[in-house]
Design a protein around this ligand. Structure first.
Ligand code: ZN
Length: 253
């Protein structure tokens, strides 16, 4: 099932994508819901970020080839950081480049969407708390990441967390090819199978640190090939089995 959030006539609603149609839902996809009878053409709705997380937890250096390209080693334990919920934008919304950075880069990532309040989840029960998966771009001001030490600013600017286009509730992560294209040229190409730590390991480990709430999002790291984006670019994160998340890049006003 592909669960989207759409803006229809000034109303925000959840829906289920089937082919080129969207069946709108009454209720909430994390709880009780049912089709409300309205079916719209996908082309006629504006998709917004499929989830509003209380927090976005991101994992650094979870692909060995990406760790290497930045001169880093894979850490002995997962390396996590937070992106503010206010960084989240949806498909088609512009990534705004802040004046403070000269080197803003794309990072294509598989995002895990949590469906239930949970903590201390054993690996074998992680499937029970995962609602689904979506595409993410962990936009990063690489220069500030290096000079700041802390990553809060480099990863936390408004618009630095595009999510979408929708949440796929069934996905074989090991079979999920992940690519990032800029203006149609492929820059990153990887697979969920290359993750150093699996989704089950990451969710279990993170939930031993902090309580996860429904809608929280975990970014699972990026494959090699990160690079700069500039105003006028169009950047797309595509994941097999989910879809494509595309955002234009503009200078922040
Ligand atoms: Zn990342």
């Amino acid at each position: 099932m592909r669960v989207c959030r759409v803006s229809v006539e000034d109303e925000l609603a959840y829906g289920v994508v089937e082919g080129d149609a969207v069946a709108l839902l009454a209720g909430h996809p994390f709880g009780e819901f049912a089709p409300d009878g309205r079916v719209l053409r996908l082309a006629d709705v504006r998709l917004v970020a499929p989830v509003l997380p209380s927090k976005v937890i991101a994992v650094g250096r979870n692909y060995a080839d990406h760790a290497r390209e930045l001169g880093n080693t894979v850490p002995g334990e997962p390396m996590v950081f937070l992106k503010p919920s206010t960084a989240v934008i949806g498909p088609g919304e512009p990534i705004a480049l802040p004046w403070q950075s000269e080197q803003v880069e794309h990072e294509a990532e598989l995002a895990v969407v949590i469906g239930r309040l949970c903590r201390d989840v054993p690996e074998e029960r992680v499937a029970e708390v995962v609602f689904g998966y979506t595409c993410a771009n962990d936009v990063t001001a690489r220069d500030l990441q290096k000079t700041d030490g802390q990553w809060g600013r480099a990863k936390g600017f408004d618009t630095f967390c595009p999510l979408g286009p929708w949440i796929q509730t069934e996905l074989d992560v090991d079979e999920a090819a992940i690519t990032c294209s800029v203006n149609g040229q492929v820059r990153q190409s990887g697979s969920g199978a290359e993750m150093v730590r699996t989704v089950a390991e990451l969710v279990s480990w993170i939930s031993s640190v902090m309580t996860l709430l429904p809608g929280d999002v975990i970014l699972t790291g990026t494959p090699a090939g990160v690079g700069r984006i500039v105003a006028g670019d169009e950047v797309s994160v595509a994941i097999d089995g989910i879809g494509t998340l595309t955002n234009p890049v503009v200078d922040r006003e």
